[in-house]
Design a protein around this ligand. Structure first.
Ligand code: NAI
Ligand code: 13P
Length: 584
């Protein structure tokens, strides 16, 4: 009975959309809202027919597959897909699985969908098949036992449960095999660059089906002398300066920028930028932003045209009176798409595997979005999407992208989440590139202001006033210069917003060393030179760039805190003068 109704839904949908077309889930949901859930197992069978998988819930994951499509995809060693939530294509399912010849679907009484891959010799046979392999994961069983109300036969599961289920179901499918794996390169090897390389190398080891194990880390080559107290001191070398890359590769430790943290042996330090990026599909940019143009110039002609980037750099680029997000500057210069990672992240704490959160903003370019049949961009061919994507101003970017080839695993929220997540590093994926980038860049100005105030002898109340006003200026700045795409909730809800503000104004270097400068009565630049052993305070250059940009537009009065930091850096006003700026 129930299946008949599903069959009816299928026939109607088939008439409506035509065989082989992709489903239009929302429309279907509207049309078949009244259909009760099927209670029997559905099989992908009957070559040439389309099968409707139906789950009546608020998320309404409908999917049509034609068995012949599935068969063809198996032959291509590609994959089929299920959008568990039609509005979020990133929930793709399942992974490529060349040995799987049948997929069995069972609508769970509570509305979840169990998917069991079946390995057999016949493809989509209509005859009775042997029982599917029991591939329901323990997590799924647990979910079904605990989270789903067993009586909820016709009720809709919560979105959380739907998401959990779809994710769990995904885990039940054997790992697939694309012909290619993603190669990861971290460009930069300072305090944060080395920490990120460490966590990425742990992830690539954990997911050998998707990523090449080795993580290349480009190191700005320096000579380092190991002191006698170092565990790596070699009497045969003595006080002879050695290449930092040599030390990292031999002892698996970045003794200069991340001392006392063992690195996984699959982090490979490479002094050649060109060699480090060669063949990499994932480029992670992680160095002080003042070096950006020089580095981009050197890598420009050496990267894969379909590489994708994540920038962990906190800063902005200001050119010709124009302000640009670092990630977009990278993308436009290299002709690729680049997202941004930012959050309340103190490198040394994360390197010690103390728990923290971060935010990654990534807008999967349309040409990289894969549809159920494994092609790019839904029903369109990769070519038809024309490599276009939107920029942070909501316009079609001038950079035309080369689609990621289909023989690589997709690169979207899910894959980046997989790559960056560690048990001690919780990643939130968003699409607000502006909020994440500006939050990370501009809080460094506020952190310097907090350091000044605290160095002056004022305490938490003054610092709180600075943080609050600083956040207001960050939001005003984002609204003023990126009104088309900014999502203000990023500042309130994400680690890249208030989280980063708090940690930066209480524990990070910009705060610590500007406080020290006021306490010692010297300039922050002087402290950077004498105390930081080659590390950089991003807040100094960001303050100068942002204030010069604001001045060129006559907007100084709108951003009194940002401007005050520059005036104090240049010793034109004193910390005591800050409250006067806010009297009105
Ligand atoms: N350290 C941290 O806790 C965090 C840093 N960040 C951000 O990550 C980015 C990188 O910062 P860190 O790793 O901390 O850098 P860092 O300040 O520790 O290191 C400086 C780096 O610059 C390199 N360098 C020096 N001269 C160079 C040159 N001429 N050309 C190219 N590179 C040169 C050095 O080799 C070193 O790798 C920054 O934007 C920072 O704001 C973000 C979150 C946390
Ligand atoms: O971005 C950071 C904390 O989230 C690190 O800031 P500092 O560069 O001031 O150490």
């Amino acid at each position: 009975m129930a299946l008949n109704k599903v069959g009816k839904g299928w026939r109607e949908a088939r008439e409506h959309f035509g065989a082989g077309t992709r489903s239009r889930p929302k429309e279907l949901h509207r049309r078949h809202r009244s259909i009760p859930p099927p209670r029997r197992r559905l099989r992908v069978a009957d070559p040439g027919l389309m099968t409707l998988l139906y789950r009546p819930s608020a998320l309404a994951p409908y999917k049509f597959w034609r068995a012949s499509d599935l068969q063809q995809q198996q032959q291509q060693r590609s994959f089929v897909g299920l959008f568990s939530n039609p509005s979020r294509r990133s929930h793709r399912f399942p992974r490529p699985q060349p040995n799987v010849t049948q997929l069995h679907f069972q609508i769970h009484p509570a509305g979840g969908l169990l998917v069991r891959p079946f390995v057999g010799s016949r493809i989509f046979s209509t005859s009775p098949s042997p029982p599917p392999r029991p591939t329901v994961s323990p997590r799924l069983s647990q979910l079904l036992a605990s989270e789903l109300p067993s009586t909820a036969l016709s009720s809709s599961p919560s979105s959380t449960v739907c998401r959990s289920l779809s994710r769990t179901a995904k885990m039940t499918v054997p790992n697939g095999s694309f012909r290619q794996k993603h190669k990861v390169t971290v460009i930069g090897s300072g305090n944060w660059g080395t920490t990120v390389a460490k966590l990425l190398a742990e992830s690539t080891r954990e997911h050998p089906d998707v990523f090449e194990e080795e993580v290349q880390m480009w190191v700005y080559e320096e000579k380092v002398t190991l002191p006698k107290t170092s565990p790596h001191y070699d009497p045969a070398v003595g006080d002879e300066p050695q290449n930092l890359t040599g030390i990292i590769n031999k002892y698996h430790e970045n003794v200069k920028y991340l001392p006392n943290i063992p690195l996984p042996s699959n982090v490979i330090a490479n002094p050649s930028l060109q060699d480090a990026v060669k063949g990499s599909t994932i480029l992670v940019f992680n160095f002080p932003h003042e070096f950006i143009n020089n580095i981009l110039r050197q890598v420009k002609d050496h990267i894969l045209p379909y590489a994708r980037g994540i920038s962990c750099i906190k800063g902005v680029t200001v050119t010709d009176d124009k302000i640009e997000l670092i990630c977009e500057h990278i993308g436009d210069t290299l002709g690729i798409y680049c997202g941004a990672l930012s959050g309340a992240n103190i490198a040394s704490e994360i390197a010690n595997e103390e728990w923290c959160e971060t935010t990654i903003a990534y807008n999967t370019p349309p040409c990289d979005i894969r549809s159920a049949n494994g092609s790019s961009n839904g029903s369109e061919s990769p070519a038809s999407s024309n490599g276009e994507h939107k920029d942070s101003r909501g316009q079609v970017s001038k950079t035309k992208l080369v689609p990621l080839p289909l023989d690589y695993p997709p690169l979207d929220h899910e894959e980046f989440h997989k790559l960056f997540s560690r048990p001690y590093f919780t990643v939130s994926m968003v699409s607000d590139v502006v909020g994440v980038s500006l939050g990370g860049a501009l809080k460094n100005i506020v952190a310097i202001a907090c350091g000044f105030v605290e160095g002056h002898g004022w305490n938490m109340t003054a610092k709180t006033a600075v943080m609050r006003r600083g956040m207001l200026e960050i939001i005003a700045f984002a609204r003023e210069f990126f009104p088309e795409t900014i999502q203000e909730k990023t500042f309130w809800e994400e680690s890249a917003g208030w989280g980063d503000m708090i940690v930066s104004c209480t524990a990070a270097r910009n705060w610590r060393y500007s406080k020290m400068a006021v306490e010692r009565g010297v300039s922050v630049q002087e402290i950077e030179r004498t105390e930081l052993n080659g590390q950089k305070l991003q807040g100094i250059s960001t303050t100068r760039e942002v204030s010069s940009f604001l001045r060129s537009r006559g907007l100084e009065n709108h951003y009194p805190l940002f401007m005050a930091v520059e005036l104090i850096l240049d010793q034109k006003i004193k910390v005591d003068d800050i409250p006067k700026l806010f009297r009105k």
